[in-house]
Design a protein around this ligand. Structure first.
Ligand code: 6GU
Length: 250
């Protein structure tokens, strides 16, 4: 898969994309990442990329010309791949969106800065807008790295275990079960006996129950959408009943 990233700060990507799983995916040719500095596509003497907003008010707006020149200069006009603007006004990024984007052979990620980009960029160049959550960042770069990471690790061959993405938190609509590694006792705190039992049926049932319990406690909004067996629904109903009984007794 090919990523073209358009940004005023290409250097901030390297510390992340040059290590670990993303670096390995790049070395193996599974992900190709091209960074483009929008400022390189300015034609004026001072390489100006922003200007004051029409209508007044504070802040600066990214000018349309350098962005169009950069994106069309690299990808052609019109670009044939999705051009995604990272903005707090975009559609919420979720694991489902990551899976959808991982189907594409080629994505362009456009990082906004300042108060935003000229609206004509959105209207006539951008094909999709994504937000990574309800908070405000100073620019789209961190969001682009989030999208890049979440999509790259879904590409076939990137993770050692081909089933790994299916087991992740959120993949099945539930949070993950707890994980433990050696030593079996650390500062007197033991690894649950079931995980050392070697009984794979029991381990799988324990993990599923832990996953349900965690989701019930921390993210009940996810449980509403999860696919549960009748037994699992009954288990949750018992937890609910117990919680209500405790509330009455308190
Ligand atoms: Cl994509 N950009 C910015 N600047 N802030 C954000 C965001 C994106 N997603 C959440 N907050």
């Amino acid at each position: 898969m090919r990523f073209d990233i358009f940004t005023l700060f290409p250097e901030v990507f390297h510390p992340y994309i040059d290590v670990s799983i993303i670096a390995r995916a790049r070395e193996r040719g599974l992900a190709e990442i091209y960074l483009h500095n929008i400022r390189d596509w300015t034609t004026d003497k001072h390489h100006v990329v922003d200007d004051e907003p029409y209508g007044g008010g504070g802040g600066m707006v990214m000018k349309p010309e350098p962005i169009f020149k950069a994106v069309e200069g690299v990808l052609g006009s019109p670009p044939t791949c999705p051009v995604i603007l990272l903005t707090p006004q975009g559609r919420p990024f979720t694991q489902a969106v990551a899976r959808e984007l991982a189907q594409q052979p080629h994505l362009a990620l456009l990082c906004g800065r300042y108060e935003g980009v000229d609206e004509r960029v959105r209207q006539h160049l951008v094909t999709d807008e994504i937000s990574i959550g309800d908070y405000v960042l100073t620019g789209g770069e961190l969001a682009a790295m989030v999208v890049l990471d979440a999509v790259t690790r879904l590409l076939p061959g990137v993770l050692g275990d081909p089933d790994a993405p299916a087991k992740d938190s959120h993949a099945a609509g539930l949070l993950e079960h707890p994980h433990y590694t050696r030593p079996p006792v650390f500062r007197g705190w033991e690894v649950p006996e079931v995980l050392r039992s070697g009984d794979h049926g029991r381990i799988a049932r324990w993990r599923r129950e832990q996953s349900l319990r965690r989701t019930w406690e921390r993210r009940p909004d996810l449980l509403a959408k999860a696919e549960l067996t009748p037994e699992e629904q009954e288990l949750i109903a018992r937890w609910e009943a117990e919680r209500q009984r405790e509330a009455r007794e308190a």
